[in-house]
Ligand binder design. Structure first.
Ligand code: ADP
Ligand code: MG
Length: 222
């Protein structure tokens, strides 16, 4: 579970100061499905980066299962990220020169999984998102929805505890959006994952089991 207390993130650029997060308190239980909505610039991506240990707060604590991500060394943080946390981004972030299969396998390399097991687990993960037949294609040969499925398989193949998604359907048309949400929700339920998604899509926000709104770096009533 996550326990965030007094989380701030201040960006300074020259004399300019931006408080992207201005004191966020938030608890997320294991298996929760949480949607973070709010206007552009409200701090949503910054908050997701805190949850994922991709960035550190200026002040405050970000406890994941009792361990403060803000205080971990870079090496320990990298380990937590590679073992426990899956990420899915709006822009898919696949490696263009690698096949779908190879893209998914990359998530298992830092975990020391042997090549043969990597191949098997990646193939299973791709099959579980409906892409078993497309394993040998590079991202440029896949549609946006298919690329996002590869990214979801890559996030899930390591069997994380937490899945974080930043506008995962932001680049997709409505019917593809609904397919991808279906894949995400089915996978998360099946594996009992904690799922945190950022969106400014009010249709998706309305469907959220738990919704918080971030405005000017602060949580406000939804
Ligand atoms: N690396 C950065 N350097 C400076 N300012 C940043 C940086 N990242 C985000 N910001 C600022 O922090 C605020 C929150 O940004 P962000 O978390 O990306 O919002 P959202 O995802 O809700 O659109 C914005 O004002 C943005 O310009
Ligand atoms: Mg954002």
């Amino acid at each position: 579970m996550y326990e965030l207390t007094g989380v701030t993130r201040r960006y300074t650029r020259g004399k300019g100061v931006v408080d992207a997060l201005a004191g966020v308190d938030l608890t997320i239980a294991d298996g929760d499905r949480l949607v973070i909505q709010g206007p552009t610039g409200g701090g949503k991506s910054t908050l997701l980066q805190m949850l994922g240990g991709l960035d550190r707060p200026t002040s405050g604590s970000v406890l994941l299962d009792g361990v403060d991500l803000a205080q971990l060394s870079e090496a320990r943080l990298t380990k937590v990220r590679s073992e426990k946390i899956g990420f899915v981004f709006q822009s898919f972030n696949l490696i263009p020169t690698l096949t779908a299969q190879e893209n998914v396998e990359t998530a298992l390399v830092p975990l020391g999984v042997k090549p043969r097991e990597r191949r098997e687990r990646a193939a299973e993960a791709l099959a579980s998102v409906g892409l078993g037949e497309r394993r040998g294609h590079v991202p440029g040969e896949l549609s946006g929805g298919q690329q996002q499925r590869v990214a979801i398989a890559r996030a899930l193949v390591k069997e994380p505890k937490v899945l974080l998604a930043d506008e995962p359907t932001g680049n997709l048309d409505e019917s593809t959006r609904d397919e991808i949400m279906d894949v995400l929700e089915t996978r998360c339920k099946e594996h009992g994952l904690t799922f945190v998604m950022v969106t400014h899509d009010s249709h998706l926000a309305r469907q959220a089991p738990r919704l918080v709104t971030l405005r000017k770096g602060a949580l406000v009533p939804s």
